[in-house]
Write a protein that binds this ligand. Structure first.
Ligand SMILES: [Zn+2]
Length: 238
């Protein structure tokens, strides 16, 4: 079942993905995500944690697709900091354009999938179908993932209060922010900040407004080294 979800939007070549993640090849960073079946965590191909066995991994074209299949983001390699949304081979200009619009917050300002489809000159039904095929998730799911990712980056990179994080990330209410964050990370946002505060001091130097619309590649350039103690133990078991 999981395998079929992963393979259906497969512009991904499983063997190439597996070689890429085993080599921690940075050229693959942002092009796919690896779900580890034994831990239910998903990673960038460059994750510093000891790679899981090949038979225990599946690959996703997007972070949203991995989350839809029940995986949570790795706290070591921080999938939210992967370089920007790739234009997937075969995904077509419409999907790539839609992804760029979502990245810029099109679905964060009260507009919906119908508006997005109209902006692209197609029906919402067709847009959803294209997304499922190429991104492995609906436009709404991709937008939610992006909001949670922006929030996670702000939590890691700034000392902003959580309410400011929520709105800067594109959420319309703190309740929605908490619910969406918990659904992805299986813990409240405050727990992620506490964890970081223990490891190293959180320095808030980057303005929230800059962070919100900055491309991911810029965000990742500002990342401090990841904390060393996170969930490495989760990977130790075969
Ligand atoms: Zn990882």
């Amino acid at each position: 079942m999981l395998r079929s979800i992963a393979m259906r939007h497969d512009a991904l070549d499983r063997r190439a993905c597996d070689r890429g993640r085993l080599a921690r090849d940075p050229r693959f960073d942002g092009r796919f995500f690896t779900g580890v079946l034994t831990t239910r965590i998903y990673c960038r191909p460059t994750c510093p944690v000891k790679p899981a066995r090949s038979r225990n991994v599946i690959f996703f074209a997007t972070a949203a697709a991995a989350e839809r299949a029940g995986f949570r983001p790795c706290l070591r390699c921080r999938p939210e900091a992967a370089p920007g949304t790739p234009a997937w081979r075969g995904a077509g200009a419409s999907v790539s354009r839609a992804l760029r619009l979502i990245e810029r917050g099109f679905l964060d300002d009260g507009r919906g999938v119908d508006d997005l489809a109209e902006a692209l000159g197609m029906t919402a039904r067709h847009l959803r179908r294209l997304f499922l095929r190429h991104a492995g998730a609906s436009p709404t799911a991709v937008a939610t993932t992006r909001r949670v990712q922006r929030a996670k980056t702000l939590i890691d990179e700034t000392a902003l209060p959580m309410s400011a994080v929520a709105f800067a990330a594109g959420f319309t209410s703190i309740r929605r922010f908490n619910a969406a964050f918990r659904a992805v990370y299986r813990r409240p946002p405050s727990a992620v900040r506490r964890r970081r505060a223990r490891g190293q001091s959180a320095t808030g130097t980057v303005a929230a407004r800059q962070m919100r619309r900055a491309p991911l590649s810029m965000l990742s350039a500002t990342n401090a080294a990841p904390p060393s103690s996170t969930h490495a133990t989760a990977y130790a078991a075969p």
